[in-house]
Design a protein around this ligand. Structure first.
Ligand code: NAP
Length: 290
């Protein structure tokens, strides 16, 4: 994919990621490798921005001539008020993770959900139309991926959350876009029989609590696709148990890579070197592909 934002191949570009905390972020590593692979001179730097500094930091994007920034926790919603324009992807999700600076005009995009769906289709489930999807969790990540999943015309999306009301609220927010319903975690057993794809969007199973699983593995059956947004570890217990039961599995690394790929494509107008970006993260995590 290329954007209409011009060809930055031979220009120095300055990029970064704003968050609090930010030291743990793997984005500088991934984008640094991508810029190098594309032969684009420039830098992608971590920017530690406390909540009270966000407005000033966004103004500095224009002053310092950054081509763009990623925005991460806790700024994804708050940043919207400081931007000039919001892309449809940001409006659908109600949050921004990518800002593009076109000669001082800042546009906010959300590439998390579309990045996730591009990865899911490329790596596990090429056809989502007509599928029945169970989304476990109702936080910010769930909101982004539900918005993107609904563009693929699944026949149903069921959101299950520990706090049932949050699942219901999320479902209600998307009711005009498709068949979305909200349930409690304890209702998964009754609803999972006809589900094609299970997606964990909770943090359950993430390092260091790698023995935990958000869904009873006994409920999973052969032929299902099971996807986990977590990428540390690369294979969560949920995915390991799912594979043992004959499910097709999909980890969270692809989402991270493709949300970055879309952002890089908006900033540079070049196709992102996704294989190099993925391998950079695998090397950094000390894991193996697959
Ligand atoms: P969030 O907004 O804080 O939402 C967290 C969700 O997890 C809520 O639904 C919460 O339920 C649920 N949860 C937390 N602890 C739980 C527990 N012990 N038992 C059951 N449910 C629990 O977080 P988020 O931003 O959506 O991120 C969620 C996960 O997605 C994280 O692991 C994050 O690393 C991952 N993620 C991955 C990528 C990627 O690129 N691969 C991108 C974004 C996020 P309640 O509502 O009941 O509290």
């Amino acid at each position: 994919m290329t954007s209409a934002n011009g060809d930055y191949r031979n220009k120095d570009i300055l990029l970064g990621v704003m968050g609090d905390p930010i030291a743990h972020s793997k984005s500088p590593l991934m984008h640094g490798a991508a810029l190098q692979a594309l032969g684009i001179p420039g830098a992608y730097v971590p920017l530690h921005i406390a909540p009270g500094q966000l407005g000033e930091a966004i103004r500095a994007v224009r002053t310092l001539g950054f081509r763009g920034v990623n925005v991460t926790i806790p700024h994804k919603v708050a940043v919207m008020e400081y931007l000039d324009r919001l892309d449809g992807s940001a409006l659908a999700v109600g949050a921004v993770n990518t800002v593009v600076n076109d000669n001082g005009v800042l546009t906010g995009y959300n590439t998390d959900g579309i990045g996730y769906v591009r990865s899911l289709k490329a790596e596990a489930a090429p056809e989502l139309a007509g599928t029945r999807i169970l989304v476990v969790g109702a936080g910010g990540a769930a909101r982004g991926i539900i918005a993107a999943l609904l563009l693929e015309n699944p026949s149903a999306v069921v959101v299950a959350n520990r706090t049932r009301e949050k699942a219901e609220q999320l479902a209600a927010a998307f009711e005009a876009k498709g068949a979305v319903s909200g349930i409690g975690m304890n209702e998964i057993a009754d609803r999972i029989a006809d589900v094609d794809i299970v997606i964990n969007t909770t943090s359950v199973g993430m390092y260091p609590r790698i023995d935990e699983t958000p869904v009873d593995p006994g409920l999973l059956r052969e032929g299902m696709t099971v996807s986990d947004l977590i990428y540390n570890p690369l294979h969560t217990r949920l995915l390991t148990e799912s594979r043992q039961r004959g499910c097709r599995i999909h980890g969270g690394l692809g989402m991270f890579v493709y949300q970055g790929a879309y952002a890089l494509e908006y900033w540079t107008g070049q196709s992102a070197p996704v294989d190099i970006m993925r391998q950079t993260i695998i090397d950094a995590l000390g894991g193996s592909a697959g």
